[in-house]
Design a protein around this ligand. Structure first.
Ligand code: BGC
Length: 481
């Protein structure tokens, strides 16, 4: 079958025409730090739970249901945070939205660390989750609006890389503290970078584009002069003004759901949901439990496997995506990655079903053969996710919508992503209880297969296309499937 394609042209600048050799000024470094800290905290708060569950389950006598609630309610908070994040960033500015996210990270970390009981702990998870959601919408927006055109791709993909580094650091901290099961320190320690994010964002520049939108030209000029000394400030602000006027009126929520944009909206939501229902966060969150079930007996063996096989591999393989996303294109990476993810999950399921049930399943200090097979297959899964469904999904979601509806449409897709993440992380343990480990992983594999067919049929290649061309493409007759 022929895949849908779009005619190529160059990229559309958000703030200015493309320039080469643009240098990174100290103020741009501040912007970069804000973006990297936002992503890093998002990742840390997602990853840390895997090592904290053991200690908190014992101390607070958590039932299996409460383990799932404590794990997954970060994603529930993130769902609402993401929906509010876009509105907040428009209302009070990108910088102040990031400030609020930093404050929520800090407050949530402290509430979790000091929680006297499960209810307060869950409240802390929700607060941190809301911070994650706000940051997930505001930080990439901030990055896209402040980075010079020639560095914009790297600034935005730096955000996804920071998420994976955050998860890795969380696993490392979990490992260091696993001997003593100090779950309160594991969760509480993220108050420090939360506070740092707050402090850096306090001094960071506001987006000139947002200031122009709010009719605050003198302040926009001052910020632009600071970030980009030597640019023709007036010409640049006039260009922003013209672009803003083209989008005048902004899109209402009704327009986001109009027939005209149904196809990109379905693609955005579909990609967001398939990213989650193919199992990534069941593995990120419950990695230690999976390794325990696969024969890694000691806690330190489990956290070591999680840190290096999942955490470090995730960071390294994300670098592959950053290197190839513009050359190979989105579709190739997505289709190759999903295929590899599906095959890996079939192997993980088989390891649980056939090897662990074998006669030599005696508990020993060394991982069993099923454990080794599971480990290798999970490494394969993570590599395939990290060069495809991780970063590529976010890239496509941020480029398929026309300017008028982009903010709200991205927020809808992001919320769908968190909704699906919530269902998976909340339901994974019950799923395992109901059908067993092997079939649970096979179900994820089946969803990889369905995702593959849907992407093959419905998702067009967007590599090297301007945002306007993508916008025009949705209007062409005969492209509807
Ligand atoms: C996903 C997260 C996931 C992370 C893992 C992101 O793209 O949205 O849900 O935990 O990748 O690296």
């Amino acid at each position: 079958m022929e895949s849908p394609t779009i005619v190529p042209v160059s990229d559309t600048p958000l703030l200015e025409p493309p320039q080469s050799g643009q240098t990174v000024t100290p103020w741009l470094l501040v912007v970069l730090v804000v973006v990297l800290f936002s992503g890093g905290l998002f990742g840390y708060d997602q990853g840390v739970i895997s090592g904290a569950l053991h200690g908190m389950t014992q101390e607070l006598s958590l039932s299996r249901i409460m383990v799932a609630v404590v794990t997954s309610w970060v994603t529930l908070g993130a769902l609402f945070g993401a929906l509010a994040g876009g509105e907040l960033a428009d209302l009070i500015g990108r910088k102040r939205a990031v400030l609020i996210a930093g404050a929520m990270f800090t407050l949530g970390a402290l509430v979790q660390a000091l929680a006297p009981d499960t209810v307060i702990l869950v409240a802390g998870r929700l607060i941190v989750g809301a911070g994650v959601g706000v940051a997930a919408v505001a930080a990439p927006l901030y990055a896209a609006e402040l980075a010079p055109t020639n560095l914009r791709g790297r600034f935005v993909s730096g955000y996804q890389l920071a998420i994976t580094v955050g998860i890795f650091l969380a696993y490392l901290v979990d490992g260091w503290l696993s001997e003593t099961d100090s779950w309160r320190i594991m969760l509480g320690v993220s108050a420090v970078p939360g506070l740092l994010l707050f402090a850096v964002a306090l001094f960071a520049p506001e987006s000139p584009r947002w200031l122009m939108k709010m009719h605050r030209r003198p302040e926009a000029a001052a910020e632009l002069r600071k970030i980009r000394p030597g640019v023709d400030v007036n010409a640049r602000l006039d260009a922003i003004d013209a672009a803003l006027r083209e989008d005048a009126g902004g899109a209402s929520w009704g327009e986001v759901f109009q027939r005209e944009w149904r196809r990109p909206l379905m693609i955005g939501i579909g990609l967001a949901v398939f990213q989650q229902v193919t199992g990534i966060n069941a593995i990120i969150y419950y990695a230690n439990q999976i390794f325990a079930a696969a024969g890694f007996v000691t806690q330190s063996a489990q956290t070591t496997a999680t840190t290096w096989a999942i955490g470090a591999v995730n960071v390294l393989a994300t670098l592959i995506a950053i290197a190839f996303i513009d050359g190979l294109g989105r579709r190739k990476l997505l289709l190759a990655g999903l295929l590899g993810m599906g095959i890996s999950l079939v192997v993980v399921g088989a390891a649980f079903e056939f090897i662990l049930r074998g006669p030599d399943q005696a508990a020993s200090a060394a991982p069993s053969s099923a454990g080794i097979v599971t480990l290798l297959a999970l490494v394969g899964f993570i590599i395939c996710f990290a060069f495809s469904m991780g970063p590529v999904v976010w890239t496509v979601i941020n480029e398929i919508f026309p300017g008028r509806i982009r903010g709200r449409a991205v927020a809808v897709a992001t919320a769908a992503n968190w909704g699906a993440a919530f269902l998976v992380s909340q339901g994974f343990l019950s799923l395992v209880d109901a059908i067993g480990n092997g079939p649970a992983f096979w179900l994820f594999a089946l969803l990889c297969g369905l995702g593959w067919i849907w992407i093959y049929r419905a998702v067009p290649e967007t590599k090297g296309r301007s945002l306007e061309q993508i916008q025009q493409f949705w209007k062409q007759p005969g492209t509807e499937r």
